[in-house]
Design a protein around this ligand. Structure first.
Ligand code: PLP
Length: 398
């Protein structure tokens, strides 16, 4: 067989094996002999309820427009339609501050947005709090960035601080509420990062994928912190907030005040998008606009409340059982210390074998995750109740 002589980019060889969810599936099949019927899956980071009806209606009518001679549209604008950007401005207005229409970029999901954003910066230092969403690390490796990790732990409540970092300018990833630990910075904790970014000339890349789960006392947006609009970019996803994991829609806020060597980061990102992206389809943008309306927000909230109830009852059970855990309160994930001195994969095996419950081993989310375990609230309340009954029956949690 002949091979092409164009070599692959060497950075690909430096990526760690992307095995977490593949391994979760492989091991589940092995432990159950392929008989997965009756298993309860709390490993999942995907939604359990359909998209809001208002979104479906908006898509149907937008698709009918596209099929109509007088109303059809061709390519969308790369940065999004103004009707949706205006609805996003409304989202920030309700949080108490103003974002300009030109500062908003509509995207097809925060995975794409977060994976691509650092393309506009030189290959400098990237700070990644771990354990975390693996996309930040993979893309720093692919870009050839120098990675500095700051480790979450039981001591810091899985909310690392900038303490001890050098003042070299950095790209700093912050995901709050966090995946996988479910922990969320309060105003004071997030302010420390903003102050550090301002004093070191760094940029904060704030992933707000789970901000719809925030309760009282934690910022939903980085811009709630004074000074953030001079140093922070925010990524928001409708995947978990509105059940858009399949539809795909997100936005990125790039304030015009964020500048590098007199160039506006907003203009750089706009130029990058015009070179590499052709926008999000019209029916999806209409669906996104619909979920940001009063009626849409009420529909989304009803579903989020169900997920939050799930994590609350799970958290209550763990508390009663004396298991250290975090998350759940402002997030769809509960992050617990593995019981009885087990490691992450041993806990995984035991839960499947003895309780028929599938979770996610913390070690798969990077440094600091070993010895911990993630359980997700993305399920129906009845199923969560069954899962808790099974975990209670297991006795290792008592
Ligand atoms: N950011 C975090 C922290 C996530 O956990 C996820 C998905 O699980 C994403 C971003 C990706 O979201 P999207 O579906 O918008 O690509």
């Amino acid at each position: 067989l002949s091979e092409i002589k164009v070599l692959s980019d060497g950075h690909f060889d430096m990526l760690s094996e992307s095995y977490l969810f593949t391994e979760v599936r492989r091991r589940t099949a092995l432990l159950t002999g392929g008989e997965t019927h009756g298993l309860i899956n709390l490993s999942i980071g995907d939604v359990a309820y359909p998209i809001p009806e208002i979104a479906a209606r908006a898509m149907v009518s937008a698709t009918e427009e596209l099929a109509d001679n007088a109303r059809f549209r061709g390519y969308p604008a790369e940065t999004g339609y103004d009707f949706l950007k205006n609805a996003v401005c409304g989202y920030y207005r309700r949080l108490g501050f103003s974002v300009d229409v030109d500062e908003i970029f509509i995207g097809d999901g925060s995975k794409t947005d977060t994976a691509c954003f650092t393309d506009i910066f030189e290959r400098g230092e990237v700070v990644i709090p771990t354990p975390t969403y693996p996309v930040y690390m993979d893309n720093a490796v692919l870009r050839g960035n120098r990675v500095v990790t700051v480790c979450g732990s039981r001591q810091n409540g899985f909310l690392p601080t900038p303490e001890g970092l050098t003042d070299t300018p950095k790209m700093i990833w912050i995901c709050s509420p966090n995946n996988p630990a479910g922990s969320a910075y309060d105003y004071c904790g997030l302010k420390k990062w903003v102050d550090f970014a301002l004093s070191s000339g760094s940029v904060i890349l704030f992933d707000a994928a789970y901000s719809a789960f925030c309760g009282e006392g934690v910022p939903k947006s980085v811009y709630e912190i004074e000074g953030a609009s001079d140093c922070a970019v925010e990524f928001y996803s409708l995947s978990k907030a509105a059940g858009f994991t399949n539809l795909r829609c997100s936005w990125t806020v790039v304030p015009k005040a964020v500048k590098t060597k007199n160039k506006s980061v907003n203009a750089l990102w706009k130029r990058r998008q015009s070179a590499r992206f052709n926008g999000v389809c019209y029916p999806v943008q209409r669906a996104a606009e619909a979920v940001l309306s009063d009626e849409g927000r009420a529909e989304c909230k009803a579903v989020i409340d169900k997920y939050k109830r799930n994590t609350r009852v799970l958290g209550d059970f763990l508390k009663k059982s004396g298991v250290w855990h975090t998350g759940g309160e402002h997030s769809p994930y509960v992050w617990l210390e593995c019981p009885a001195g087990l490691n992450s994969w041993e806990t995984f095996d035991l839960l499947i074998k003895k309780a028929g419950v599938v979770g996610t081993p913390g070690c798969g989310f990077g440094r600091g995750g070993e010895g911990y375990f993630r359980l997700s609230g993305f399920t129906r309340p009845k199923i969560m109740e069954q899962a808790i009954e099974r975990l209670e029956g297991l006795k290792i949690f008592i």
